[in-house]
Design a binder for this molecule. Structure first.
Ligand code: PHE
Length: 468
């Protein structure tokens, strides 16, 4: 449906919810949420996460989607339209997806590689020690697969909001959900007896995941769990990277925002929760508690292939389904990142979608090649302010996630909470006559609690705050 302004819009709320959920459900849900839950006391982390999703997450998500729909602009120009003089925040929030896209596509390429390896029956090979480091150490293949993944993303964005983003999300998201549920159920049925004769089952692993563990709980530990949950939620909802403003700008004026936002949050949280059911019982059964210490790439590309291989003959098939699911999750997230950038180029410079998509693909390709080479020809190792060792990918991830995203979110809270006033978001949400039930909560969150929490998160990410 073309609007009179010529701007595209989603054909209906299902298309919007699935596209936004597609953005939200990404690698973070799969490789970080289960790890944090296991590390932070199982059920306790889950309860804290859900409470934060309903308060903090709801506030940030509503704000961005409402800014998008109200201004009908991409992030680069939307902030300046809410209040003159706030253009800088737009530039900052457009910079975040520009930094993220290249390295997200590099990871997308790794996922594609593992999917292909499992598809062709090579699961055992992928489980061998040193396989992953050997693979990323190769200067050629990761570049090629990154390019294929990027072209896939670009193709969807190039086709536009309806024919590209909306229709691909309507196909991919239900498939993703089916895969997640099927693998979760399978994960609960497994059992394994190790060399010492100890038998562990999927249900034992589920208990580790779900039963709250208060052992050694102190006020300090509680705050650290709280901050972990907040950081994870923040990243998981795809806020502070311009994406939700962009998608919000494609939502028609008669859609019920409050209902859609609830559905997006539920989708994201359910998939994150189920990722835990998929991963924790399997890892626990085959590797015991030590297996639970891995997260991120080492969980996905080193530990899990070992788990699949330990499953015997069925492992290769399960691994193939698992990596297909991860590929879907990464693809819809990467599409949203590219769309945020393309929409900025279109709105600000009056470019056509085709031109904007091609320019961004070229930029991302060039930067993506450099990221790949950071593991071989251009290898170096630096220590970041938070103490972790980093290559080019980690540096880009650090700048975008740890520095820029909290800054953008703090700026958004100040702009809406104090300058433009929360009422503009409430009015936008209530435009269709629906009731904004968490109104008081929203005002208190956006003015006081969210910015304070975000400042603490920023200081911790930067390694300045070390007590928690
Ligand atoms: N929200 C995604 C996740 O949880 C992350 C993401 C989306 C990152 C889009 C970048 C861009 O994994």
């Amino acid at each position: 449906m073309e609007k009179s302004s010529g701007r595209n819009s989603f054909t209906g709320s299902i298309g919007f919810v699935l596209a936004a959920a597609g953005s939200a459900v990404g690698l973070g849900n799969i490789w970080r949420f289960p790890y944090l839950a296991a590390k932070d006391g199982g059920g306790l982390f889950l309860v804290i996460y859900i409470i934060l999703a309903l308060t903090f997450g709801f506030t940030l998500l509503t704000t961005e989607i409402a800014i998008g729909r109200k201004t009908k602009q991409s992030p680069l120009t939307a902030y300046g339209q809410i209040k003159k003089g706030w253009k800088g925040l737009g530039i900052l929030s457009c910079l975040v997806p520009i930094i993220i896209l290249p390295y997200y596509c590099v990871i997308g390429g790794w996922v594609l590689k593992y999917f292909l390896v499992f598809l062709t029956g090579g699961g055992t090979e992928a489980a061998a020690d040193g396989y992953f480091t050997g693979y990323i150490g190769d200067p050629a293949q990761p570049v090629i697969l990154m390019i294929i993944f990027l072209l896939l993303v670009a193709f969807i964005v190039f086709r536009g909001v309806n024919k590209g983003i909306e229709s691909s999300s309507k196909l991919i998201m239900p498939l993703l959900l089916i895969l997640v549920v099927a693998i979760s159920v399978f994960s609960l049925t497994i059992s394994f007896t190790d060399a010492e004769g100890i038998t562990r089952t999927g249900i034992d692993g589920l208990k580790v995941y779900l039963i709250p563990d208060f052992e050694g709980m102190t006020v300090k530990k509680f705050f650290s769990v709280l901050l972990d949950a907040m950081g994870q939620l923040f990243f998981s909802l795809s806020v502070a990277m311009g994406i939700m403003i962009t998608y919000g700008s494609y939502v028609s004026d008669d859609a019920n925002l409050v209902k859609s936002i609830n559905q997006i949050e539920i989708f994201d949280t359910v998939v994150a929760f189920l990722a835990g059911v998929m991963i924790i019982p399997s890892v626990f059964t085959f590797m015991g508690s030590e297996g639970m210490e891995a997260s991120g790439p080492s969980l996905m590309f080193i530990s899990l292939p070992k788990v699949f291989s330990a499953m015997g003959s069925i492992g290769n098939g399960i691994g193939c389904l698992f990596f297909a699911m991860v590929l879907f999750a990464a693809l819809t997230s990467a599409v949203s990142v590219m769309e945020a950038i393309v929409s900025c180029f279109m709105d600000r410079f009056g470019m056509s979608r085709a031109k904007a998509s091609i320019i961004e693909t070229v930029i991302s390709l060039a930067a993506g090649v450099i990221v790949c080479l950071g593991y071989n020809i251009m290898y170096f190792d630096v220590v970041l302010p938070n103490g972790s060792h980093a290559q080019i990918l980690d540096i880009m991830d650090y700048i975008s996630n740890n520095c820029l995203m909290p800054l953008v979110a703090i700026g958004t809270c100040i702009l809406i909470g104090w300058i433009a006033k929360p009422q503009i978001v409430i009015d936008e949400a209530e435009k269709t006559g629906c009731k904004f039930t968490r109104r008081r909560l929203y005002i208190v969150m956006i003015k006081y609690i969210a910015p304070v929490m975000l400042v603490i998160l920023l200081l911790k990410s930067l390694g300045i705050l070390t007590v928690i």
